[in-house]
Write a protein that binds this ligand. Sequence first.
Ligand code: GLA
Length: 415
Amino acid sequence: MDPVDAARHTFRSNFHTEPTLLVRAPGRVNLIGEHTDYNGLPVLPFAIDRATAVAAGPSIAPALEAVSTTFAPPATLPLDATPATVPEPWHRYLAAAIAVIRDRLDGRGARLAIASHIPPASGLSSSSALTVGVLLALDTLHTLRLAPDELAELAARAERLAGAETGGMDQRVIVFARPGALLRIDFLPPAMRPLPLPAEWALVVASSGSPAPKGGAARNAYNQRVVATRIAAVLLADMLGAQLEGTPLLGNVAAIDAAPLLVDELPARISARKAAAMAGVPLQPLVALSAGTFDPDAPLPIRQYARHVLTEAERVDLACAAVEANDLAALGELMLASHTSLRDDYRCSTPALDTLVHAMTRAGAAGARLTGAGFGGFAIAITQHGSEHAIIEAALRATGGPAFPVIPSQGAAVL
Ligand code: GLA
């Protein structure tokens, strides 16, 4: 069943009334530019034709009552709930959404029914689709008049409160995507540019067979990379004699010509505390997370992480040029190089993802790579129209799937 119909139906059967409104928020796939967003460096994602739908109506109680066709149990959250005070993992995303707009809700609750056909814990951003969908539903229901930029920013903040110190890619593309186009997103300074996907190209995604959860060990592995790349930014800035304001980002130094050359001079492993002392900067901005603090004494492999991020940012520029020049072979090479870098330097691939990327490439894909944070989840492949079937078959043989074509689609909308 279409998720919009499923959400409407679930609303009726749970709350015995019609929903006031329906929202549809798509999942996303990142074509290239992985683990660059939280460094203020560009990404090239698109929204997919699979979505989370939210049916919403007012609640008499000052609470968020929510039911999902994917996750149990249903939630009844007071409006002062925070992700830290709710035990159920999916309730944390609801609590985080409330937390970022609490002062605008003025005690007004809501009833929500949620349905999705984005595979959960897949790296296809089911969690951001949920957060954007819930925020857009509450915005519309209570006439909060959030500007699209604000919606994307609040959803990103909510996701960080839920535990992973993520960048803003997922929420921005889910809010701003256009049908038929990739969306290049820049963060320093903020900018967006749709790039139409050439008509003869096709995109396939496939599961590695293991989940890409956002909780537990995966969250820690993600946050470790966020902190490690901040450390690299501080040390590179120190070598270059540059001053960084606020949270140190590799994006602040990437544009300086000498920066990529100095990456090999970075220590192979260093803790945040030692790096802060070495560069003479405060420790706190290195280890502060929206939901806690990272261990300042953990030695982190910053040289290889920085090398991935800086080379990946260059690949995004080259990939945009390849899309605009209709050069599928060049784009495919860049995707394969991205996967290799994520596997060897960023260490966020898995043997199953590597096997999958190899299988799809052998079956004729011009390029393939893991997509999203990694540590499991899905890979994306690009090919000429007509070859999708062979690639899907190869993926199914390699991992058991699921594997399916995806079409660049419209961003979130109130229906
Ligand atoms: C997750 C995060 C994004 C981004 C990717 C890696 O999807 O939510 O912000 O960092 O990982 O590119």
